[in-house]
Ligand binder design. Structure first.
Ligand SMILES: Nc1ncnc2c1ncn2[C@@H]1O[C@H](COP(=O)(O)OP(=O)(O)OP(=O)(O)O)[C@@H](O)[C@H]1O
Ligand SMILES: O=P(O)(O)OC[C@H]1O[C@H](OP(=O)(O)OP(=O)(O)O)[C@H](O)[C@@H]1O
Length: 302
């Protein structure tokens, strides 16, 4: 592929590996963005849109988008802040996956059990900017200066091993289930931030004329995300209980209410958050709903 074949195409950056990669491929498929990636090639043309996908490390995507080298990207909120690109990109959609927290961790058995206790000691991390900012404030508060300030050291991976190896008194690392942390004999003593995957666009895009295409892709991806997040809930309800029932299932805009052939009964259809399905069904039963059905959504536009 040469630079000419990219001419005029919207450049869309996707994590090339790691935690976000597979989910991004599912999103692209759901949004009908068709491509065939040749082995080891990190740029590929989309067949059915004027788009080229660029596969990059998740941590590099904020700078590429922020500097306008690519127009659109998917990455973690955490690495946008770490790259100091929050003023150069716009987070257009939260994608509901890649959820994790950046936490300060210490060995469970260690005498140090607070961030104030860790101030002035050695902290190992892949997030040296965010960890640096966090401990700068703590050091300032404790009025530490010179060599007595916290020493932040960068490693690119396997951060959780640093304490056991004697390299650190504490670490700053991402936590999702907590399995990695617990397996390393660590526990969290503070949360620096919460993160999830986001769709970002450049504040200084390479192809400003392609902003309608950015909107189209955003709307398609929003549809796929909403379809994963919501189910359709249908039920029958006596007319006098309608108000109570629709308070439980208000829908995104409003529930659809239709008459039933049986006198005094109505049918209601409404979008409900998938995570709340069981609770909503319990509450509907309690107010007198019957024949409650839940349907998955393949796709939608909201
Ligand atoms: N355990 C996790 N659970 C959920 N999301 C995570 C987790 N770890 C990382 N992430 C998110 O995924 C992003 C990329 O992290 P990941 O460690 O997968 O990247 P990588 O370094 O490119 O890949 P690899 O670790 O395979 O080298 C992070 O910036 C964060 O937003
Ligand atoms: O709380 P958990 O569910 O255990 O997830 C946390 C782990 O996930 C990430 O690493 P990843 O496994 O992506 O590999 P890496 O260390 O090579 O980045 C992160 O750096 C933690 O090590």
């Amino acid at each position: 592929m040469n630079a000419e074949s990219l001419d005029g195409r919207l450049l869309f950056a996707i994590p090339k590996k790691g935690r976000l990669h597979e989910k991004c491929l599912e999103l692209l498929a759901g949004a009908d963005i068709q491509f065939r990636r040749h082995h080891r090639l990190d740029v590929c043309l989309v067949k059915n849109h004027s788009i080229a996908l660029v596969f990059l490390p998740a941590a590099d995507i904020p700078s590429f988008v922020g500097k306008g080298n690519v127009d659109l990207g998917i990455t973690g909120h955490d690495v946008i802040l770490e790259a100091k690109m929050e003023d150069h990109v716009t987070e257009v959609l939260q994608l509901g996956f890649g959820k994790c927290a950046l936490q300060v961790q210490v060995p469970e058995s260690a005498p140090i059990q607070s961030v104030d206790g860790l101030a002035g000691k050695r902290v190992v991390t892949s997030f040296e900017v965010l960890a640096g900012e966090y401990f700068r404030e703590i050091d300032d508060r404790a009025q530490l200066s010179g060599d007595s300030r916290t020493k932040i050291e960068y490693v690119s991976g396997s951060v959780e091993a640093a304490c056991a190896l004697g390299l650190a008194d504490g670490i700053v690392d991402l936590v999702e289930s907590g399995d990695t942390m617990r397996a390393a004999g660590l526990h969290a003593i503070a949360t620096i931030l919460q993160s999830e995957a986001v769709l970002i666009k450049s504040n200084t895009p390479k192809h400003p004329a392609l902003s309608p295409l950015v909107q189209l892709i955003t709307s398609r991806i929003a549809g796929v995300i909403a379809a994963n997040k919501y189910v359709i809930c249908e039920y029958n309800i006596p007319r006098e209980k309608l108000h109570d029932a629709t308070a439980i299932t208000p829908g995104r805009r409003a529930p659809t209410v239709s008459p039933l052939e049986e006198e005094g009964w109505l049918a209601v259809s409404s979008m409900v958050e998938k995570a709340k399905t069981a609770l909503v069904m319990d509450q509907l039963v309690a107010v007198g709903a019957e024949d409650i059905l839940i349907f998955n959504l393949d796709n939608c536009r909201v």
